[in-house]
Design a protein around this ligand. Structure first.
Ligand code: SF4
Length: 398
C-alpha cells in the first residue's frame, strides 16, 4: 500500500508545525543545534519553555484537551517543535509517569482535532510518517492494512470500532475520515507516551531547573495517597495486578472503561488503602468524567459496611468481563505491562487482592491490615463475584 502522496514536500514546514511529534520534525531547526541544557536555560528558548509549560499544565488539568493553549497557535513552527521537545524531556524526568501519560492523551487529542477536519491526503501523510500507511480513497475515505487497524483500534472500546463492523477488502480496512483520525489519535498517543531515554544526570538537571513546574504538576496530579489510618508505605501501585494497572491506564489514556471495570477499580483501590480523593482522581481521564457523580458513586462503593466497602470482583468475574490481562497488554507502553504475568497463572490465585498481597502489598479492612487474605501463599482468597454497586461514571444518578 502506498503512503499518501497528496501533500507537497514544500508544505513540510507546515506539517511539522502542526504535528511536531512526527519523525523528522527536527528538520525545522535547520543547522541549529539545541542541547538539553540550552533548551532549559538559554533565554533564546524562553518562549518555547513557556509554551511547553502551558501545554503540560493544560493537559494535567484536562487530558481531553478542551483547554486551549492560547500561545500555541501563534507560535512559529520551530517554537512549537521545541516546546514539545521541552515537554518530553521534562515529563521523562518527572518522578511518576502519570503526567506524561496524561500529556500524551491531551496532545494526541489536540492533533485529532485537526486530523478530523483536514483533507484525507494530509491524514494519510501523517499516518504514513507514523508507520501506519494509509491510502486516500474517493469519498473522503482511507484504506489501511487490517493489521494496522487492529493494532490501533484495540484500545478503543466503542463497539463501532470493532473490526467486524468495518468494510474489509483485500487485506485493507476502508474507513471514513473521522474514524481514521480517531485511530490515528491512538498512534500519536502511543508514540508520545513512551518516555524519552535520558541519562540520570540529565534528569537531575531537568528536575533542578524545572522544579517549580514539576511541583505544580504534582499538586495538580497528586500521587496516590493512602488514607488515614493505613500502615505507612501502604498503597504500592507498582505491585498492583495487571488487570488493575490496565484499568488505570485505560482511564489515564482518556478511554472508556466499562462499568464493571470502574466498579472493580474503585473497590480495589479502596481495599488497597487509597484515600477517597485518590480514587476519584483515577477517573478524571474518563471521557465522560463528572466530578459530582463520580464522588457520589465512589462514596457509595467505599462507605458500605461501615467503610469496609464493596469487595472487588474475583479473577473469574473479571475474566468474564474481559478485564483480565494476565497474557499481557500489547498496547501498553512499558515492557512489564506487555509481558505475560506468571503469577496470574498460579492455580491458587483467585482474586486481584490476593495477587497484591502476594507481591507485598497491604490489603486493608476497617482501617487496618486485612489478615484474612493470609500470607503468601494464601490459604484462600476471598471475593464476592456477585458484588453489586454502581460504578463511578457519569451515568445518571439512580
Ligand atoms: S489473573 Fe486475576 S489478578 Fe491476574 S490479571 Fe487476571 S484478573 Fe487480574
Amino acid at each position: 500500500m502506498a503512503v499518501g502522496r497528496g501533500i507537497a514536500r514544500r508544505d513540510e514546514r507546515t506539517l511539522y508545525a502542526e504535528y511536531p511529534f512526527l519523525p523528522g520534525a527536527e528538520a525545522l531547526l535547520g543547522a541549529e543545534t539545541v542541547s538539553v541544557r540550552s533548551l532549559l536555560e538559554d533565554p533564546a528558548y524562553e518562549r518555547a519553555r513557556s509554551i511547553g509549560r502551558a501545554r503540560v499544565l493544560a493537559a494535567a488539568d484536562d487530558p481531553r484537551a478542551s483547554r486551549d493553549v492560547a500561545e500555541l497557535d501563534a507560535a512559529e513552527p520551530e517554537v512549537r517543535y521545541l516546546s514539545l521537545l521541552f515537554d518530553e524531556i521534562v515529563l521523562a524526568s518527572a518522578p511518576t509517569a502519570a503526567g506524561l501519560r496524561r500529556w500524551a492523551v491531551a496532545e494526541a487529542k489536540r492533533a485529532h482535532g485537526r486530523l478530523s477536519s483536514v483533507a484525507v491526503e494530509e491524514l494519510a501523510e501523517v499516518a504514513g510518517r507514523l508507520g501506519f500507511p494509509m491510502e486516500a480513497r474517493p469519498g473522503d475515505r482511507v484504506a489501511l492494512r487490517v493489521v494496522d487497524y487492529l493494532k490501533l483500534a484495540v484500545p478503543i472500546r466503542e463497539a463501532d470500532y470493532r473490526l467486524a463492523r468495518q468494510a474489509v477488502a483485500h487485506g485493507s480496512v476502508v474507513v471514513g475520515r473521522v474514524r481514521a483520525a480517531r485511530v490515528l489519535q491512538e498512534a500519536i498517543r502511543t508514540r508520545l507516551a513512551v518516555p524519552v531515554p535520558l541519562a540520570e544526570e540529565v534528569r537531575a538537571l531537568v528536575r533542578e531547573r524545572e522544579a517549580e513546574l514539576l511541583a505544580t504538576l504534582a499538586e495538580r496530579m497528586p500521587a496516590p495517597v493512602p488514607r488515614a489510618g493505613t500502615p505507612a508505605g501502604a498503597l504500592r501501585t507498582d505491585l498492583f495486578p495487571p488487570c488493575v494497572r490496565k484499568m488505570r491506564r485505560t482511564l489515564e489514556a482518556g478511554e472508556n472503561l466499562s462499568h464493571a471495570g470502574r466498579f472493580a477499580l474503585a473497590a480495589f483501590l479502596h481495599r488497597a488503602g487509597a484515600d477517597f480523593e485518590t480514587i476519584v482522581d483515577a477517573y478524571r481521564g474518563a471521557p465522560d468524567f463528572d466530578e459530582s457523580i463520580t464522588r457520589y458513586q465512589v462514596e457509595h462503593i467505599t462507605h458500605r459496611d461501615g467503610g469496609v466497602g464493596y469487595e472487588p470482583p474475583e479473577c473469574d468475574t473479571l475474566r468474564s468481563h474481559g478485564l483480565c490481562v494476565r497474557e499481557g497488554d500489547p498496547t501498553a507502553p512499558l515492557p512489564a505491562d506487555r509481558a505475560r504475568d506468571p503469577r496470574c497463572f498460579d492455580d491458587r490465585l483467585r482474586h486481584p487482592l490476593q495477587y497484591y498481597r502476594w507481591r507485598g502489598g497491604t490489603v486493608v479492612d476497617r482501617g487496618g491490615p486485612d489478615e484474612r487474605l493470609g500470607p503468601r501463599p494464601p490459604e484462600e482468597a476471598r471475593g464476592t463475584s456477585g458484588s453489586r454497586a454502581r460504578s463511578p461514571s457519569t451515568a445518571r444518578r439512580e
